[in-house]
Design a protein around this ligand. Structure first.
Ligand code: PGA
Length: 262
């Protein structure tokens, strides 16, 4: 795992955006796995900026989102459909038919989940998966003790995640759905590359456990230690619990530019 510690979220998001942009330039029909939440917002803003100012072209890109709440219509303002169209898709030249987000209103959830897995495979697999991390170490909505072999399926959110996400529902926990459809950890691990972003001191413990702790299903993100190409972009507060932070900084500072964006 490569750990990139930036002084602020702007710099970290810019560095992550350059990795995504380079892939899209080198492989215009790249398949991107995307995430929601507060963390990737600046990354998406940078991608929109690169689209507007440097003609970064998404016309052949395909996307698969990690997760969606069960029971929310696509039009619901807190659905991840609404989030993605508001914060990214409406501002780049992606084709709507190339966008895939789990359907929280699917009538037969297991059938839908199997079809989602098939669609990823038929697209050639995910080239690069963007990830956030929950304060409990979840990736996607794979909560602690999720199987490392899991595929797209229905999951129940932990109370911690319901609490964390209540801020998107006017602080009202009772409005947060308790179920979601999420790519599994096995699905995420099949992505050719993963980039994880985490900002703020509330993520410091989860990041320390992910990067330097034992690989354990209690910290789902720790499985990334077994991924052959995973980068973790964090700010100083999220790095606060890392024992080897000086080493990670030293490694990154010594890299030639071409290797930083690779
Ligand atoms: P956040 O969520 O970006 O809103 O902190 C991250 C996550 O739960 O994966």
């Amino acid at each position: 795992m490569e750990v990139i510690i930036s002084p602020d979220t702007e710099t970290a998001s810019g560095a992550a955006a350059r990795v995504v942009a380079r892939l899209v330039r080198e492989k215009p029909n790249a398949v991107l796995g995307l995430a929601t939440g507060s963390t990737p917002l600046k990354l998406y803003r940078k991608l929109i900026q690169l689209h507007n100012e440097e003609e970064l072209d998404f016309s052949e890109v395909t996307t698969f989102n990690l997760d969606e709440y069960v029971g929310l219509e696509k039009e619901h303002p807190q659905s991840y459909h609404a989030f993605m169209w508001e914060h990214l898709f409406s501002q780049i030249n992606i084709k709507p038919e190339n966008v895939h987000i789990p359907d929280g209103m699917a009538k037969d959830i297991p059938v839908f989940c199997a079809a989602y897995e098939r669609a990823i495979a038929e697209a050639g697999g995910i080239d690069l998966q963007v990830l956030g991390i929950g304060s409990d170490g979840h990736i996607g909505f794979n909560e602690p003790t999720s199987s490392f072999a899991s595929r797209t399926r229905i999951k129940t959110l932990t109370q911690q995640t319901v609490q964390d996400n209540a801020r998107f529902f006017d602080g009202d926990e009772s409005q947060v759905p308790h179920h979601c459809i999420t790519m599994g950890i096995g699905t995420i691990m099949d992505a050719k590359r993963c980039i994880m972003l985490a900002f703020g001191e509330e993520k410091a413990e989860a990041i320390a456990a992910t990067v330097e702790g034992p690989v354990a299903s209690m910290v789902p993100a720790s499985i990334l230690q077994h991924h052959p190409n995973a980068k973790v972009f964090i700010d100083n507060p999220a790095a606060a619990g890392l024992k080897l932070s000086d080493y990670y900084r030293w490694v990154y500072d010594g890299k030639p530019d071409w290797q930083r964006d690779a």
